[in-house]
Design a binder for this molecule. Sequence first.
Ligand code: ZN
Length: 309
Amino acid sequence: MTTHLYENALFLEHKVPEGHPERPDRLRALNLALEHPNFAPLKRIEASRGSAELVLLAHTEEHLRSIARAIPEDDISQIEADTYASPSSFEAALTGIGGAVAAVDAVFTGEADNAFVAARPPGHHAEKNKAMGFCFFNTIAIAARHAQKAHGVERVAIVDWDVHHGNGTQDIFWNDPSVLFCSTHQMPLYPGTGAKEETGARNNIVNAPLSPNSGSEHFRDAFRSRVLVALDNFRPDLVLISAGFDAHYRDPLAQINLVAEDFDWATGRLMEAAGKSAGNRVVSMLEGGYDLQGLAESAALHISRLMRG
Ligand SMILES: [Zn+2]
């Protein structure tokens, strides 16, 4: 498989207060893991800035303007309860979107079979009109809409295995049967959404909540019986992954207690699904993951699997 990885030094310039879990060191830890010779064949590409018009594929103009206004000229400002911005945060968020859109383009032109976007801030909590949970713009939702608009794709599946529910992605696609959104997440946990009964207005949302201390077996069961079955029925043209690694047992924010190999396994299953209907096209984007060792090990196995097939 040809795998692209999209990155940019700007992603380290999105600063947060001391002690905040979603910190630049997360990407430094991943970069260190990627120095292993196994990753030599990985094609690493500097992401370019996405346009403000791309943001409007998933958000209101009001939201775009309110984020732009909230960016401080120096120091760090608080956007909402958990979300902070520094002077480079807006550019970092737009560059993450640029990377995601370039990754989608690469899998449709055939330049890459699959891709990983190593960006921050993350995106899956951002709703149409609301920044939330460390997220400004919903990068994965924008990528899905871009695939439909620029590549004429009918059906996009988004699988979100971040330990927190992707409320923002669910909000954006609630009424949109062209996008299947499947999420495994801990419940109860922030942000509180993601019950099984939340299926979308058009039955295009599949939530598989897991109790604290579920562990690998329950995760894999839910993934097989809920997520993979839904993917088989939907037959997507593109598979997008909201790849958070905070379900790892070392993570300080949650208690699902997965091991790094579970992310390798889940990646393999999604690649099989993409092989059936999506010409192997998989684009994965970093969401959460707050223990540096757990994040680095898990993301490294995830990317290795993307490269290996
Ligand atoms: Zn998370």
